[in-house]
Design a protein around this ligand. Sequence first.
Ligand SMILES: [Fe+2]
Length: 401
Amino acid sequence: MLDTPSHTTETKRAAAPIRAIRAEGARIAVELVGGRTARLSTRWLRLACECEACGDTASGKRWLTPADISTAIHAESFDASTPGQVTAIWQDGHVSRYDAAFLASHTDDAGAARFEPQLWDGGLAARLGRFAFDAVVGDDEALFQSLRALRDHGIAMLTGVPAEKEATARVAGRYGPIRETSYGKVFDLISRPDARVAGETARAQIPHTDEPFRYAPPGFIFFHAIRTGAGTGGTSLTVDGFHVAELMRTGTPELFDLLTRRGVTFHREHAGEVFFSAEAHVISLDAVGQVTGIRYNDRCLAPQQAPETEIDSLIEALAELTRLICDPQNQFQHQLQPGEVLVFDNQRVLHGRTAFDPTLAVRHLRSCNIDRDGVHSAFRTLARRFAPEEAEAVLYQGAIF
Ligand SMILES: [Fe+2]
């Protein structure tokens, strides 16, 4: 098991109060309690006004625009004598009041706090979050703990979920609105001879993300085990895509780089019904170069369009990724039991399974999808109540491109 600590607590900002504040040329000089000094942009400060006329950022009722604030803007005076508050009077007489902790939190040049996920390999079992159905549907704090596990590991287990369809929808609906797809809202994956999708066959599946051929693939996937034919195969395999991406970044940096900047096309066609095709990066990076999303399914790869000089490198990059995904050291293996629901982030965690004998067992999983921003919104909303310092960190935003 990797020993990657959560950086959550390290990315928290100390809400240092402000001791003094004054205009200094085109900038605002801020002196914090503890002696640190910092400078703020005058234009930024004016734009951050949250009075009724300027608007309220959080709910999105914003009236002031960047174009309304001249580059020559300056403040006539400041008052920081009221604890926890800073008042600015601008040259046109407009008065702005700011929360001192809010201003202090914007004096750090590092930018917004970013959440760093905890990476995992085949040893996940010891750290996998398990949450009882009754607790998750009945108790917001238990729900929050499970959302935190999903944020940290991209995967969690719910237990004791009744076999009824309503129970699947009820528990999944706690995490956000269920996405309706061409299969419906809550759909059954039952092994059958006339299989239309691979999930209905008994074949082994290499761990993959679902539906990379959509511009916006499913966010979080719920697999509710109804019947599993335990002992006849069909073991679930999951892989932390962020972990294998980091292995690639270290081991074969040129191949990692290719998957972050070269479009790869995934497609799926059922003739006369649907034809999905998306060209996107297999590894998405965020604005500071952290891995933020994975999109990969060997079964949906289209014949790639690339210059003759690049195509072999691209194929080798996909081959290396496939080898890492198939390496048992990187796979968390689990035989699902009836009543368990495996929840995972489909833009981080790859899922697959071993083959099973369909003459010995019927495998029945019930599934539904929730968009990732719905789940992250549920997390942030509950974090306001149960862990306010975690509510505003930038979360990894998925297979964005
Ligand atoms: Fe799948």
